[in-house]
Design a protein around this ligand. Structure first.
Ligand code: NDP
Length: 289
């Protein structure tokens, strides 16, 4: 096994960036993708397009998977399962922790080992300094392939042995990401309805998002300690503020799904009698019971 060789299966924007990063570092790169034409630019740069997923697996020990989800993983690899024995599968396809754990078992049943990855960067960040990919699964496998993993991100961060852990941390991040980005689209819609562009409000939006890290760390310790003292903020104040946001949005004629959902949660907190406590006490409504 030549350590400088890798197979990449799945050539969406992410898989293409990863295969490109390996070519940049002089790796021998074998590719497979359902839509073969997505390999064209990489083949022009020296990668080899395998005729089948099984042939791609047979090209070498180390296989990077970058598919939409685990349903796609099975769609691609079930017909090629006979070629999985002895392979290390760096599975960077995102899905739920439960599905990634089941995936690790499925690969083990075919004589392969899965290292789960959660990619926290966009395709442009692949291979860049400071970019992070979270991994979980067998530490020894992570260590053995460390050089190849370091090609994909500035920081290859192994978090633990549980194959679901990287997926869990990834989903925690993505829960923040998608709702925060939606709140940004919401802000832009309100701005536009009032004659301002996304670019006009960028400095304000950036200041607000930059301030969030301070709020996260302030509340983390308090929430862990079960402390919802209303000394710096009160839910009653928050509920009134959220109501202003909701009505400003409604007056502007923009969709109110997101602010109405936030307002409903604050109202439930008020109805539960939390008005004099910090708005962090709505945690009690969100937390698994
Ligand atoms: P895409 O969904 O664009 O590409 C996924 C790949 O999956 C393509 O190669 C596609 O093949 C293949 N695929 C999907 N369904 C099937 C199927 N049923 N059978 C065979 N092949 C299938 O994803 P990205 O490249 O953007 O991302 C890959 C992974 O990385 C995802 O899990 C994503 O969540 C994660 N990720 C992506 C980020 C991003 O910014 N793009 C950021 C962080 C993580 P075909 O080309 O034939 O359609």
């Amino acid at each position: 096994q030549n350590q400088q060789s890798v197979t990449v299966i799945g050539l969406g924007p992410m898989g293409q960036a990863m295969a490109g990063a390996y070519l940049d570092r002089g790796y021998a790169v074998t590719l497979w993708n359902r839509t073969a034409s997505r390999a064209d630019a990489l083949v022009a740069r020296g990668a080899v397009l395998a005729p089948s997923a099984a042939a791609a697996l047979e090209a070498g020990e180390l296989v990077v998977l970058s598919l939409t989800d685990y349903a796609a993983v099975y769609a691609v690899l079930e017909p090629a399962a006979g070629a999985l024995k002895g392979r290390t599968i760096v599975n960077l396809s995102s899905d739920t922790p439960e599905r990634t754990r089941a995936g690790a078992e499925w690969f083990a049943g075919h004589g392969a080992v899965q290292l789960t990855g959660g990619v926290t960067v966009s395709p442009a960040g692949v291979g860049q300094e400071g970019s992070v990919i979270l991994y979980s699964g067998p530490r020894a496998v992570f260590d053995r392939h460390r050089a190849a993993l370091d090609v994909l991100a500035g920081v290859a961060d192994h978090r633990g042995e549980d194959p679901g852990l990287a997926a869990l941390l990834y989903q925690i991040n993505m829960g923040i990401f998608w709702t925060a980005m939606l709140s940004y689209w919401q802000a832009i819609a309100l701005a536009e309805a009032n004659g301002l562009s996304a670019t006009d409000i960028l400095p304000f939006a950036t200041d607000t998002s930059d301030s969030l890290a301070g709020f996260f760390s302030f509340y983390a310790g308090r929430i862990d300690a079960g402390d919802h003292t209303g000394d710096v903020d009160r839910l009653a104040m928050g509920a009134a503020s959220v109501d202003h946001v909701l009505h400003t949005m409604a007056d502007a004629g923009v969709d109110t799904t997101l602010p109405a959902t936030v307002a409903a949660l604050f109202e439930r907190g008020m109805a539960a009698g939390y008005g004099a406590d910090s708005f962090s006490r709505v945690m009690e409504l969100i937390r698994a019971s």
